[in-house]
Write a protein that binds this ligand. Structure first.
Ligand SMILES: Cc1cc2nc3c(=O)[nH]c(=O)nc-3n(C[C@H](O)[C@H](O)[C@H](O)COP(=O)(O)OP(=O)(O)OC[C@H]3O[C@@H](n4cnc5c(N)ncnc54)[C@H](O)[C@@H]3O)c2cc1C
Length: 303
């Protein structure tokens, strides 16, 4: 059954698998798509009134949704406005958090703006990248973010990059996961540093990154790297050396191409993935004495 809220449609028991890059996960009790900051605010207000927990979904490329789904409201963020402010050499991108990261990087470089080139091929949204300090190819969000606007307890706060207290794939907001915060803080928009560059040079740099990504990324449904890299090495190397490539639980398999990727062969469940991550973690601990930490976030209730 669907419900209407202002101009927004609230879907009930909407399966979440289709909104995640792993194609895994049970239903959300309520689900809505926001295309503006006002939508986000309205939906949060409604959920607070109904005493429902809220999960903000970007591209769904860094989460594992539990088989039991999510017991509250999932808001898919598709607010994508942006503008460029240029004052001499000071060039800034203001962009809403639901904009796609890689698509934005590509569009900007075609217009002769460098700054986000490293994000070529990086799945997900600007909000997800700011939240988790996404990074690759020698750069990350912590380096490029100037400030962001965060909706917290009904008020919009301006946060400097320093306030995010960024670390490797983490931030002050990400560290709140697991704490009792029914209504989460929502990144509404970000301001990112850009510079002028030659579009042809930028295109060549992006083509090289795209080629490198293609050579390393397994095909099929995944969430990218499952574990964070430990100090001084990579999880992929440890998992490979511990002989985990090709290890399978149910329909989830450790990729032969990249041992830190778990690929859904079709119909894998969150429980398959979690049992497989246990096997991976235990084997690496037994072999190298290193404890791997999940990079991907588990969302919702396991059944
Ligand atoms: C094939 C593949 C390759 C990848 N390669 C890389 C890589 O090279 N480097 C890297 O860092 N990551 C990589 N990733 C992981 C992923 O792309 C990034 O972490 C991405 O930034 C996640 O963004 P998202 O919008 O999909 O977030 P989601 O997965 O939707 O959400 C992740 C978290 O961010 C929160 N969130 C999202 N938007 C907001 C918002 N507006 N306000 C508050 N919280 C928010 C969510 O609530 C959730 O807690 C890869 C993933 C895949 C599938």
């Amino acid at each position: 059954m669907n419900r209407e809220l202002h101009n927004l449609t609230l879907l009930e028991n909407e399966p979440l698998a289709r909104y995640t890059s792993w194609r895994i996960g049970g239903p959300a009790r309520y689900f809505a798509t926001a295309t503006s900051a006002d939508d986000l605010r309205d939906l949060l207000q409604w959920a607070a009134g109904e005493s429902l927990p809220v999960f903000i979904l970007g591209g769904g490329t860094n989460i594992l949704v539990a088989d039991g789904g999510y017991p509250g409201l999932v808001i898919r963020n598709r607010a994508t406005q942006h503008r460029i402010e240029e004052h001499g050499a000071d060039i800034r991108l203001w962009i809403e958090s639901g904009a796609p990261t890689a698509g934005t990087a590509r569009r900007l470089s075609a217009q002769g703006y460098g700054g986000l080139v490293w994000a070529e091929g990086l799945p997900g949204t600007i909000g997800g990248a700011v939240f988790g300090n996404a990074g690759c190819y020698g750069d990350d969000m912590a380096h490029d973010l100037i400030r962001a606007w965060v909706l917290r307890d009904g008020n919009v706060e301006e946060w400097s990059a320093a306030q995010f207290e960024y670390g490797y794939r983490t931030s002050a907001l990400k560290r709140l996961i697991g704490q009792d915060q029914a209504i989460p803080d929502v990144i509404l928009a970000a301001e990112i540093r850009l510079h002028r560059d030659d579009p042809a040079r930028l295109a060549a740099e992006m083509a090289a990154i795209a080629e490198s990504r293609k050579s390393k990324t397994p095909s099929g449904s995944s969430c990218g790297s499952v574990f964070k890299n430990p100090e001084g090495t990579t999880s992929g190397k440890l998992l490979d050396q511990a002989g985990l490539k090709g290890t399978q639980v149910g329909n989830a398999i450790v990729s032969e191409k990249h041992a830190n990727y778990i690929v859904n062969l079709g119909g894998a469940t969150a429980s398959d993935v979690l049992r497989l991550t246990d096997v991976m973690r235990e084997r690496v601990l037994a072999t190298f004495g290193v404890e791997l930490e999940l990079e991907v976030q588990v969302v919702g209730e396991q059944v």
